[in-house]
Design a protein around this ligand. Structure first.
Ligand SMILES: Nc1nc2c(ncn2[C@@H]2O[C@H](COP(=O)(O)OP(=O)(O)OP(=O)(O)O)[C@@H](O)[C@H]2O)c(=O)[nH]1
Ligand SMILES: [Mg+2]
Length: 340
């Protein structure tokens, strides 16, 4: 399975100190690991020389591409570096883009998809010029997701013997503004654990694979902080169920949360994909016997505030939950499997 993707802007040994390095999802290359980078560059160049020698290629392809104002791509080169299974290609003889796979994977399984996607993203959609950081990061995330999905659907399914998912496969797209409890929810259904006051906002797509009795879930847990919200929908392709999470104890952010939900429904064509809305952290609002009208929000009040009855392009359910106390978690899971 693909575990990481990286891009080295530049590829000369003499400017190793100033190379721009992007990697996703882990920052494995960031800790001044120049030796690794040096080996990547050396391995790539060496591999390309061998490949060109074998096929008799020269640089005319590159020249032609430049004339057409297109990106020229090298044939990907497999390398094993410090025990990592690395597969690199070079863009315009200037930048190296690399994939890191698990030890037992065969990079050649990914040759075609890697080349096709690079070509499509660089030369047809012409979507990335690598001019700013966000553009570059988005490019890497999109590529990562597409190759990973390909791996899940086509490569792993045919070659994996030791682990066979059972039951139906469901991709769950879990989103909502920050701090509502999404990652806690994903962790709870995966491990049964809850970590109180874990103050680690999600920064990258967190994908959890979870085998349940009724089927196999891939939960795509999105980072909720504002800066990441525009990347949310890069992860929505092929989703079977959408979960939108609200923090019912934080009324100050209801307006913002409602805006994001409706922004999604109106702007993103996902009609027909069932939606589960979770009002989480119910343990923090007071119990009925301690009634306090400013805090208690009944289901109807929340449905009214968020105008949920205006949702008419798909099936939806609303649940109060507490990931902390496990309240309603089983009901949510049952509904999820029943809805697909
Ligand atoms: N009391 C209470 N706290 C919760 C509950 N669910 C999550 N939390 C806490 O809420 C905080 C945020 O939880 P996360 O799961 O990181 O929230 P998130 O939605 O993933 O946040 P981002 O990754 O920033 O989008 C943590 O301190 C959790 O312990 C709950 O049901 N009740
Ligand atoms: Mg999170």
């Amino acid at each position: 399975m693909l575990s990481n993707i990286f891009l080295l802007k530049g590829k000369n040994f003499h400017d190793l100190n100033s190379l721009d390095i992007f990697s996703y999802p882990d920052d494995i290359l960031k800790n001044g690991n120049r030796d690794f980078v040096r080996k990547v560059i050396f391995g790539h160049d060496h591999g390309v020389i061998v490949e060109n020698y074998r096929t008799g290629n020269d640089s005319s392809n590159l020249k032609e591409k430049h004339e057409l104002n297109q990106f020229a791509l090298d044939c990907p080169v497999p390398q094993v570096i410090d025990g990592l299974n690395v597969y690199t290609s070079c863009i315009n003889s200037k930048m190296i883009i690399g994939l890191i796979f698990d030890k037992d994977d065969n990079p050649y399984d990914y040759k075609e998809i890697f080349e096709d996607l690079l070509n499509e993203m660089l030369n047809n959609e012409r979507c990335c010029k690598f001019e700013d950081e966000i553009e570059t990061e988005n490019f890497l995330i999109t590529l990562f997701i597409d190759i990973r999905r390909y791996g899940d659907e086509f490569v792993e399914n045919t070659s994996e013997i030791s682990f066979k998912p059972t039951g139906i496969f469901i991709k769950v797209f879990l989103f909502g503004i920050d701090d509502v409890g999404k990652t806690s929810f994903a962790r709870r259904i995966k491990t049964g654990e809850f970590i109180n006051n874990s103050f680690t906002p999600t920064r990258k797509f967190n994908i959890e694979y979870i085998q349940k009795q009724n089927g196999y879930l891939a939960v795509w847990d999105m980072p909720g902080q504002r800066a990441f919200r525009e990347k949310w929908f890069k992860g929505i392709q092929d989703t079977n169920i959408i979960i939108y999470m609200i923090d019912v104890a934080n009324q100050l952010r209801f307006e913002e949360s409602k805006r994001e939900l409706w922004n999604f429904i109106n702007k993103h064509d996902s009609s027909g994909i069932p939606l589960i809305i979770l009002g989480n952290k119910t343990d923090l609002i007071k119990k009925p016997e301690e009634q306090d009208n400013t805090l208690i929000r009944t289901k109807q009040e929340i449905m009214d505030f968020f105008e949920l009855d205006r949702i008419n392009d798909r099936d939806y359910f609303f649940f109060f939950t507490s990931v902390k106390t496990n309240y309603n978690m089983n009901e949510v899971m049952n509904t999820l499997f029943n809805m697909v």
